[in-house]
Design a binder for this molecule. Structure first.
Ligand code: SAH
Length: 209
């Protein structure tokens, strides 16, 4: 997986490559899909949610430019795979999930592989994590109609946020840098995430169109 999908497609950050080698992806996959754990795609993890494609996990991790000293906020724990990768790249990672069953399963695996620097919370992550803010990096793993304002407020000056913004079916992955005077926005690529649902995200009910 790492040779073909990660290095082969241009991921260069050696710390990201090492993290992708070290985190056992199969532990985060439902048993029935184990045979596909290292495939080049997202997979369902229950509750209508997905574990992100390996390449995109590496790509987003690289985009955050982590050196190892940062406190990072992830919104959308899901399977826990992305946060396990971030745990290898940063000092501490705070991860928020809104679906209890997913969070409980993720927490079990994170404990099993001894990710002690990951702190999780059941909450609407569009509010961020005010008590622990500000963060040097924020990664949102659900697609949002816009950038939730609490997340902008909780990003440190000099910090980076990576977030998919667009419609429910397709988004642009944005990289936001907070400067002393404002925010710089860069479009990284097209992507397709499940919805970020919450106060500053999408409404819970799918609209009937
Ligand atoms: N990072 C995950 C990707 C999971 S998909 C992984 O590596 O597996 C996105 C996740 O975001 C889903 O689990 C979904 O339940 C969660 N989510 C959606 N809206 C959320 C919100 N407002 N707060 C917290 N989590 C949210």
């Amino acid at each position: 997986m790492v040779q073909e999908q990660i290095i082969g497609r241009g991921i260069k950050d050696l710390r990201v490559i090492k993290a992708m080698q070290e985190v056992p992806r199969h532990l985060f996959i439902p048993e029935a899909l184990l045979g596909q754990a290292y495939g080049d795609f997202a997979l369902p993890i229950g509750e209508g949610q997905t574990i992100t494609q390996p390449y995109l996990v590496a790509y987003m991790s690289e985009a955050l430019g982590l050196k190892g000293e940062e406190r990072v906020l992830e919104i959308g724990t899901g399977s826990g795979y992305q946060v396990a990768v971030l745990a290898h790249l940063a000092w501490r990672v705070y991860s928020v999930e809104r679906i209890r069953s997913l969070l409980e399963r993720a927490r079990k695996v994170l404990d099993q592989i001894q990710c002690w620097n990951v702190i999780t919370r059941l909450f609407d992550g569009t509010y961020g994590w005010k008590e622990e803010a500000p963060f040097e990096a924020i990664l949102v793993t659900g697609g949002s109609p816009s950038i939730p304002s609490p997340l902008k407020e909780q990003l440190k000056v000099g910090g980076t946020m990576v977030i998919p913004v667009g419609s429910r079916s397709s988004q642009k992955l944005l990289k936001i840098r907070r400067t002393a005077t404002g925010f710089l926005e860069e479009e990284l690529r097209e992507c397709n995430f499940v919805a970020l649902v919450g106060e500053y995200g999408w409404e819970k009910q799918e609209r009937i169109s």
